[in-house]
Design a protein around this ligand. Structure first.
Ligand SMILES: Cc1cc2nc3c(=O)[nH]c(=O)nc-3n(C[C@H](O)[C@H](O)[C@H](O)COP(=O)(O)O)c2cc1C
Length: 190
């Protein structure tokens, strides 16, 4: 088993890595399966296992890029639209080797926030697994996620909460920082 220092190092190394930082090397299906398997081990109240993932790869990425562009055009005033942003939307999809739609199907057995918390923990598992495999990834939450049923069928009580862009990383992980944990922890004295 990994020791605690290695685990903390992995957690601190995890970064939001943008598609411009992805090499075009393929993420293998074995790697993808391990990433998804790690997600499936997230804790969840009442064992509802509410996370659902939809994998976009290959030719479907083009259709997804077009969908994202269409949503941008629909939701942005024509005078506010800009060509660089449009090109960026397409590029982001095409530079990613795989794109996972982060979805959640609520069971109605518990408050929805608990199932969203469980889904977020599943994403953290995937994100850490990606970090250990030198796969860059990040969670994106544009307005288009609320329209994802126009891209692919979602079940009843299923919603999309994010887009997880993924690709083999080129270059090093950048440094980041956090405010000290001491500022966020209170030891209750009595
Ligand atoms: C729920 C959630 C939604 C996010 N949505 C976006 C997003 O829409 N665009 C973006 O650039 N980053 C998004 N991020 C990534 C954060 O910006 C990023 O995690 C934060 O800046 C810290 O950087 P790090 O992940 O490298 O530590 C999101 C992260 C979370 C947890």
């Amino acid at each position: 088993m990994m020791n605690h220092e290695e685990l903390l190092h992995l957690i601190k190394s995890r970064r939001s890595v943008m598609p411009t930082q992805y090499s075009q090397e393929e993420i293998t299906s074995e790697e993808l399966n391990l990433i998804l398997e790690s997600a499936n081990w997230a804790p969840n109240h009442k064992r509802t296992e509410p996370w659902r993932f939809k994998v976009i790869q290959g030719e479907v990425k083009k259709r997804f890029a077009e969908f994202m562009l269409e949503k941008y055009q629909e939701t942005t005033l024509p005078e506010a639209q800009n060509e660089r942003k449009k090109a960026g939307i397409i590029e982001k999809c095409l530079l990613s080797d795989k794109i996972i739609l982060i979805c959640m199907k609520t069971s109605h057995q518990l408050p929805e926030w608990e199932e969203l918390a469980a889904t977020s923990m599943a994403v953290q598992n995937m994100w850490l697994m990606c970090t250990s495999m030198e796969i860059g990834s990040y969670w994106s939450s544009p307005g288009a996620i609320s329209k994802m049923n126009e891209f692919t069928e979602l079940e009843e009580d299923e919603n999309c909460y994010g887009i997880f862009y993924m690709g083999k990383r080129k270059g090093d992980l950048h440094e980041s920082s956090r405010q000290p944990i001491e500022n966020k922890v209170q030891f209750i004295a009595s």
